[in-house]
Design a protein around this ligand. Structure first.
Ligand code: SAH
Length: 211
């Protein structure tokens, strides 16, 4: 189930889905997704589908992870990235293959702890993770060259825009919670944010407070 062939099939599927950045494909190929889901789900880890990770949350579909990662990297090299919604830790682990320093926040303590354990076991050392309400970002280390929101809201919290560095990028699913959102990419220019629509996505909601 975790054979090279199974993983290669997923990479082909991502290519067909429009992921052309070889760095992103290599990063997905390098991260063992089966280690970011429960053992009971491991046999499905290399299918291009979201899977439950407990507490009503999901590990995102690989095509969505790869598309968001590609969008974040497309404007030039990034030194630091902030992810909102650690979940399983999978998206952060993919980013950690490509970016020197990744920060990630998760509001559910249990998921945050579990993700940190996974990073430790996999010896991924360039991720700093904490439990926090991501709607406030992580001001201490701001600004970030990239901000990636992996939970849906009808608007992006202002604090997250504020923490994007000049020339930086923010990618987020924006739209009705419980419905279909648009994946939006905001690029910070001198005059403000330029916005691009990258297509339809479905994410679990961005909630406030800790759990
Ligand atoms: N990136 C994750 C999947 C995200 S699922 C992965 O690769 O597995 C969305 C996650 O966002 C959930 O774990 C949810 O608890 C979390 N979340 C929702 N609202 C949040 C908030 N305000 N701050 C931080 N995390 C939040």
């Amino acid at each position: 189930m975790t054979s090279a062939r199974t993983r290669q099939r997923l990479i082909e599927r991502l290519r067909q889905g429009g992921v052309s950045d070889q760095r992103v494909l290599d990063a997905v190929a390098a991260v063992p997704r089966h280690q970011f889901v429960d053992e009971a789900m491991a046999s499905r880890a290399y299918e291009d589908t979201a899977l439950p990770i407990g507490r009503g949350q999901t590990i995102s579909q690989p095509l969505v992870v790869a598309t968001m990662t590609q969008a974040l990297l497309a404007d030039g090299p990034l030194e630091t990235v902030l992810e909102i919604g650690t979940g399983s830790g999978y998206q952060a682990a993919v980013l950690a293959q490509l970016v020197p320093q990744v920060f990630t926040v998760e509001r559910i303590d249990e998921l945050s702890r579990q993700a940190r354990r996974r990073f430790r076991n996999l010896k991924i050392r360039n991720i700093r993770a904490k439990q926090a309400d991501g709607g406030e970002g992580w001001a201490q280390n701001a600004p970030y060259d990239g901000v990636m929101v992996t939970a849906a809201a009808d608007h992006v919290p202002q604090a997250l825009f504020d923490q994007v560095a000049p020339g930086g990028v923010l990618v987020a699913p924006v739209g009705p919670v419980g419905g279909v959102q648009r994946l939006l990419k905001f690029s910070r220019r001198a005059a403000g944010f330029r916005q691009r629509d990258l297509g339809a996505v479905v994410f679990v909601p961005l909630l406030s407070g800790l759990d």
